[in-house]
Write a protein that binds this ligand. Sequence first.
Ligand code: T1G
Length: 265
Amino acid sequence: MMDYSIRDQVAVIKLDNPPVNVLGSAALTSIYDGIGKADRDPSIKAVVICGKNGIFCAGVDIKELDNGLHAPWIKHIGDFIDNMKKPVVAAIEGFALGGGLELALFCHYRIALKTVRVSLPELQLGLMPGAGGTIRLPRAAGLNNAFDIITTGNRIPAEKAAMMGIIDQIVTGDIIEEGIKFVKSKCNIDTSLVCLRMKTVKYSGDLDDISEAFMTKVKSKFKGAIAPIVSILEFVIIILDLYYVHLQSLSKNSPTYTRAKGTCK
Ligand SMILES: C[C@H](O)[C@H](C)C(=O)SCCNC(=O)CCNC(=O)[C@H](O)C(C)(C)COP(=O)([O-])OP(=O)([O-])OC[C@H]1O[C@@H](n2cnc3c(N)ncnc32)[C@H](O)[C@@H]1OP(=O)([O-])[O-]
């Protein structure tokens, strides 16, 4: 399920669940154990998460979803990495889909080969991203890009994902070597400054329009499932937070502020 090795004081955690490295409970547990082992080892300065078979990860094991995947395990990995002082980079080849992209978004950084594709296809399956994608993707790529990616499930090429802010660097050559080189260059950076959960969300356009369009798309495709109701709310909460900040920025005598104040008794 996971291959743990050490190279040049960097722990390399390689997902190994052929053919496409899906995340079942066993795989998630082994990743969680690997991350904890690297964090506790004083000789380890940083961590690379990558995949075997030329693929990063095709997401959560859909076959396990039906019998209640231990989804909280996924969130525990994200929460753990958020609090790590050692930098963690996702070194992506092939594709990172669904929970695979969410796993990469748990990491402080993401590098990818040019041929990589990333997506959050869950809504096309009648699900919602259930591992923090609706929290971290807007912080990485902005609200508008996150809206498009979540509601369409489109596969985004690496270079476009880099322009959006999802990928930090496009690399060529051996992805593990590149991952080790990249993450070693980040060892002196305070990880709390690059943790996606702490980033502000950029957006353009009218928040009312965005939230209305989001709920319309979700209602038309979401069939209900584990946890993701929370994911929908997390995305809406981001919009509400932005709306509050927007309201605060308005002059107190503007008609929009007065109207909004009037409705927020
Ligand atoms: C929490 C989180 O937010 C949420 C909840 C989630 O993460 S939900 C999950 C989101 N992820 C997806 O929707 C990705 C779906 N998969 C694909 O798009 C494609 O598979 C592929 C990755 C682009 C590879 O295509 P391929 O043509 O090279 O090979 P294949 O023949 O299709 O697949 C090869 C084998 O892998 C199996 N497989 C692929 N993806 C799988 C998955 N996610 N779960 C379980 N099995 C999967 C597939 O059934 C087949 O098995 P078998 O039939 O040989 O026994």
